[in-house]
Design a protein around this ligand. Structure first.
Ligand SMILES: [Zn+2]
Length: 164
């Protein structure tokens, strides 16, 4: 018996076979908000495991508050961030973002989820077993998918309906 590995994914740009899932989220920490990301490989069975984690960039709020402590004569109140607008992100999972990219060339690959509200398994469009009628698009693709007639619609929220 021949045991040939059939790749679920072959990058049409670089020929790579691996995808990386990245999860980006924000937290409120002390005086400022932080952005974090974690990422790891997606396997042929649509499971993934985060293997790395890091903070993205520096908190801009920190920079603002740690300016020259001695000088308060300068009036730069017009450039201060509007705090009240960033107060509700702490546990708001809806602001999380997920990305799927080719491990080799970093090309973004569209994907959906096996369950609504970004639950279940990740189903990349370019996997050989991808079936658009069996998954829900990641929010950032939902418009594009609707145009293509992709995605499950049975459980669509009223707001998701076409506005025609
Ligand atoms: Zn690639």
């Amino acid at each position: 018996m021949k045991k040939e590995h059939v790749y679920k994914f072959t990058c049409n740009s670089c020929g790579g076979h691996s995808l990386i899932v990245t999860h980006v989220w924000g937290t409120l920490a002390g005086t400022g908000s932080e952005r974090w990301q974690e990422w790891g490989p997606l396997d042929d069975y649509h499971h993934w495991q985060y293997q790395f984690k890091e903070k993205i960039g520096k908190s801009e709020d920190d920079a603002v508050h740690r300016g020259d402590a001695g000088e308060f004569a300068e009036d730069d109140s017009s450039s201060e961030p509007e705090d009240y607008e960033i107060n509700e992100t702490e546990t708001n999972r809806e602001n999380d973002e997920y990305f799927v990219n080719c491990e080799n060339c970093d090309r973004e690959v569209e994907f959906g989820w096996s369950h609504p509200e970004r639950r279940g398994l990740i189903m990349p469009v370019e996997y050989s077993d991808f079936n658009p009628s069996e998954c829900w698009p990641d929010p950032k693709y939902s418009k594009a998918w609707r145009r293509k007639g992709w995605g499950r619609t049975k459980n669509a929220e009223p707001a998701e309906r076409l506005s025609k």
